[in-house]
Design a protein around this ligand. Structure first.
Ligand code: ASP
Ligand code: MG
Length: 410
């Protein structure tokens, strides 16, 4: 007998029929002799609809009231699920976050879970009752309702798995796992059977569609195996867990990409200590997150200084940097919002040389110019012109051996 958390996302409980089907999947698990705790999101687009209503009434609703409102979505789905499970002949009971006592800090709309009381849930499990817990919500020290940020029910699932010592936290959703890259861009992308917590964090641009990134950090911290699974409960899905040494493991596990990028370049920056700081400080004071940074070797006493920022912050960053450029006596400020980032990710890179070489070789062959590079132990990212994004991703996917075998039946 094992203990599972089964978390269903909004699309998996979108209608009464979906809830009934999900209850069937839970019932099957329980009848196999396992213990199950269900965690749910709100039905379909409920949270978006509630948010839209709030903003129709107030341009700046108080965060406390927003949390009160948004947390109501999950109350609907859990009560209906408990009813659906009873219709399947199982004992079930719904729980709100404050009833469990999922304790959080007091930061409305992005609260962090601090502790989970397990006594009530354990008592249900011991009595053969399936607890159905509202995801995405908690309660702070002053008994105020909080929410965990969009997609937060994944984090609820992982937190419950950690607190209850579950064997696995299953995330049941409308895709059957995490892919080597976005299958909408590369039809030959494959489902990964395993991926490490670290890789999953680096692949977040692919995975965030599937999993709240904070839940992966949480799972890594408490070593909770997470399995992304199709909501039919069929198949193996993708297991996210700690690295197990595997000589067969591919060097590159997946390719992430993002169009949400822009590049800013300040030319003719006098080569003096403090000038890089003078530029970046302006930008970070405005809470703009700088990702890649490149500075070339000084020539004639000046350098070019480039960095990338989220595209929606491009205009603001350009303005800040133009002011900084005047202050430090630099030259022209150039930039482009038509850039994109490709990242190849894999724990296998730690023990393999030449990944960067292959990456540059492939891009060169396709005539794609690399504008910026950044690396970590398990990732290499390049910034390129956006119009080459698809070509770049496809070529790298093939070059690193990630393409699915062609289907002989076709
Ligand atoms: N219902 C919440 C949202 O839409 C939480 C979740 O789906 O995980 O963000
Ligand atoms: Mg979700």
């Amino acid at each position: 007998m094992a203990r599972f958390i089964m978390k269903f996302g909004g699309s998996s409980v979108a209608t009464v029929e979906h809830i009934r089907a999900a209850a069937g999947v839970v019932a099957r698990k329980q009848r196999e002799g396992h213990e199950v705790v269900v965690v749910l999101s709100a039905m379909g687009d409920t949270t978006d609809e509630l948010l839209a209503r709030a903003h129709a009434i107030s341009t700046r609703p108080r965060p406390r009231e927003l949390d009160m409102l948004l947390s109501s979505g999950e109350q609907v789905s859990i009560s209906l699920m408990a009813m659906a499970l009873r219709e399947q002949g199982l004992e079930a009971r719904s729980w709100l976050g404050h009833q469990v006592r999922i304790r959080t800090d007091s930061v409305h709309a992005k609260a962090r879970i601090e502790a989970v009381e397990t006594a009530g849930l354990e008592a249900d499990l011991a009595a053969g009752v399936i607890p159905v817990v509202a995801g995405f919500q908690g309660v702070d020290r002053d008994d105020q309702v909080t929410t965990l940020g969009r997609g937060g029910s994944d984090t609820t699932g992982v937190a419950l798995a950690a607190a209850l010592g579950a064997d696995e936290c299953q995330i049941l959703t409308d895709v059957d796992g995490v892919y080597t890259t976005d299958p909408r861009m590369v039809p030959r992308a494959r489902r990964l059977s395993r991926v490490t917590f670290e890789e999953m964090l680096e692949l977040s641009s692919l995975g965030s569609r599937v999993l709240q990134i904070r839940s992966v950090q949480f799972a890594g911290k408490y070593n909770v195996p997470v399995r992304v699974l199709h909501n039919s409960g069929e198949g193996e899905g993708t297991l996210i867990s700690y690295e197990e040494p595997d000589v067969e493991a591919p060097v590159v596990s997946g390719i992430a990409f993002s169009r949400d990028e822009a590049q800013v370049t300040i030319t003719g920056v006098p080569d003096r200590p403090g000038n890089g700081y003078a530029i970046l400080n302006r930008v970070s004071e405005s809470h703009i997150i700088v990702d890649m940074i490149v500075m070339n070797a000084p020539r004639a006493g000046v350098v070019d200084f480039s960095f990338s920022v989220p595209r929606e912050e491009y205009d603001q960053a350009m303005e800040l940097v133009r002011t900084a450029a005047v202050d430090i006596d630099a030259g022209e400020v150039l930039g482009s919002a038509n850039v994109a980032k490709i990242s190849v990710v894999g724990v296998g890179m730690r023990s393999h040389a030449g990944v960067a070489t292959t990456m540059f070789e492939v891009l060169a062959r396709e005539g794609i110019n690399v504008r910026m590079v950044s690396t970590s132990e398990i990732k290499i990212s390049v910034l390129i012109e956006e119009k080459y994004l698809e070509l770049g991703v496809r070529s790298l996917h093939e070059a690193f051996g990630l393409d699915r075998e062609p289907d002989p039946a076709k």
